[in-house]
Design a protein around this ligand. Structure first.
Ligand code: GLU
Length: 510
């Protein structure tokens, strides 16, 4: 390949449903690779299989890329110099390439019906052929332009008989190519199929459209999922047959994302079954109405999602785990992408979210939290929001987790039963009363409260564990939470004392 070409990569999903997180990772690695090289990241919609077309899937793909911040240079909506970027709109372009291969003897018409193909497979299975294929050993027994006379072929084509165009894979040749992740890959053509590249409905199949488009769109690197590795030798042959070897792209096949137990590929169907989303955005199936959850709606930060995805299969080495998109662009390399599958880890994904939450300003978290509080019918003064966030953020993985601190905004209705059972004794009312009297005389700041509380414990010969849980449960209703004196400062003197007295009364009356 000439070295002077501008790096151009494409993400080429088929709109057959919502984009799975594995697809987003493929897009991400393409994006990082392109950006680092100062190249182009292109989105091409591969919709040649109209039977599998799912309405809304294209828009979903676009929205998902937008959400994580991967901007495309060329795509079906923006267009660009090599458009259109939707294969169905390029339909007319492909026929000439199929014809070219027929003319050069690298492809042929096949007229076999599905029954005939089935018969062939059964025959080969009976003859103990391990994986029956339409290939050099079989094609001369089938109904195609290699076995039928030219007249019959023409007559069939004129009569509009259904046909396919198949690649004529040579017998017993080694196909070798270099994969940027896997190194040299070598396959003997005897194990390959004469794949269909064109159908009589006028549509190319994936294999033809993919090669033609990558060529015409001047793609320099094909970075895609491991599931396409078995197709790569065919693609290499096609480049050779077209005479495009000099400009053929380099290949990199990414390792799979595995289920958390390592047991197989994490698939679209795993959906919410395993307790976490597999899609970036929520998806509602338009026919069944079934809803699959998305990372966005679950409250993940796109930055955390991207950071987590980058580390599924790639590792920069070293201790650092938190990488912004810009840092990923700088550090990414295909050489550090592993060959083996990486297990998805939901707890680690949450850890990433927690780290990003902690790194977000209280002001910003407050703005995201406000509508969540409102939805719960909770009101908070604007100037109290940052303090609320500061109290709750250390314990939160998601912004919505900070709802746990609702007791900062409303008086407790109930008191944690476990704490009461364990800590409330006949001496408690007098002790609480003393505490109230002490707090009444004080200025409310966290340090003074803490100091006074310690002095109180000491002069009364009490341990922390005998008093603090009760103080907490009376003021908040809870058994756990952030620093108690910080909570009391947030509530203010009047509210804290009021809660203490009300709580004391309620507990005394049983
Ligand atoms: N359309 C294929 C897919 O849906 C793209 C494979 C490739 O990138 O070559 O994954």
């Amino acid at each position: 390949m000439e070295k002077s070409r501008k790096t151009r990569v494409r993400f080429a999903p088929s709109p057959t449903g919502p984009l799975h997180m594995g697809g987003v990772r493929t897009a991400l690695f393409n994006y990082l690779f392109a950006k680092q090289a100062g190249g182009d990241f292109i989105l091409r919609i591969e919709d040649t299989d109209q039977n599998r077309y799912v309405p809304g899937a294209e828009e979903y793909i676009k929205k998902a890329l937008d959400w994580v911040g991967m901007e495309t240079v060329e795509d079906p909506w923006k267009g660009g110099p090599y458009g259109p970027y939707r294969q169905s709109e390029r339909k007319e372009m492909y026929r000439q390439y199929a014809d070219q291969l027929i003319e050069s003897g690298h492809a042929y018409y096949a007229f076999d019906t599905s029954e005939e193909l089935e018969e062939m497979r059964e025959r080969l299975t009976r003859a103990k052929v391990p994986s029956p294929q339409y290939n050099a050993a079989v094609r001369m027994t089938m109904k195609n332009s290699l076995t039928l006379s030219q007249d019959e072929v023409n007559a069939r084509l004129e009569a509009g008989d259904p046909y396919t165009i198949r690649v004529k894979v040579p017998r017993n040749e080694e196909v070798r190519f270099h994969d940027l992740i896997r190194g040299w890959v070598q396959v003997n053509t005897n194990s390959m199929d004469d794949k269909v590249i064109f159908k009589s409905d006028g549509m190319p199949t994936y294999h033809l459209a993919n090669i033609v488009d990558d060529h015409l769109m001047k793609i320099t690197h094909v970075i895609r999922g491991e599931e396409w590795l078995p197709s790569a030798p065919l693609h290499i042959l096609l480049y050779k047959f077209f005479g495009w070897d000099d400009t053929k792209p380099e290949f990199a096949h990414l390792p799979l994302i595995l289920r958390p137990d390592g047991n197989g590929k994490l698939s679209k169907r795993d959906g919410d079954r395993l307790g976490f989303p597999v899609f970036p955005l929520e998806w509602i199936d338009s026919t069944t109405g079934e809803k699959a959850s998305g990372y966005r709606e679950k409250g993940y930060f796109p930055e955390a999602f991207v950071n987590m995805l980058a580390f599924l299969g790639w590792n920069p080495g070293g201790e650092k785990e938190l990488y912004s998109m810009d840092e990923l662009i700088q550090s990414f390399s295909l050489g550090r992408v592993g060959k083996s599958g990486s297990k998805f880890d939901a707890a680690k994904t949450n850890w990433y979210n927690q780290q990003y939450l902690r790194a977000t300003s209280d002001q910003e978290l407050g703005s995201s939290l406000r509508p969540i509080l409102q939805d719960e019918g909770l009101t908070i003064q604007d100037d109290k929001l940052p303090a609320y966030v500061e109290l709750m953020k250390e314990r939160a993985t998601f912004v919505s987790d900070m709802l746990e601190g609702r007791y900062l905004l409303e008086k407790p209705m109930e008191y944690d039963e476990k704490v009461i059972q364990k800590k409330w004794t006949a001496d408690s009312p007098a002790m609480i009363q003393k505490l109230i009297s002490m707090f009444e005389k004080m200025e409310f700041d966290s340090q003074s409260l803490e100091q006074a509380f310690h002095d109180f414990l000491q002069s009364n010969g009490l341990g922390m564990g005998a008093v603090l849980p009760l103080l907490r449960v009376l003021v908040t209703g809870q058994g756990t939470g952030p620093g108690m004196f910080d909570i009391m400062c947030f509530l203010g003197k009047a509210e804290s004392l009021d809660r203490l007295s009300v709580g004391l009364q309620k507990l005394q009356n049983g």
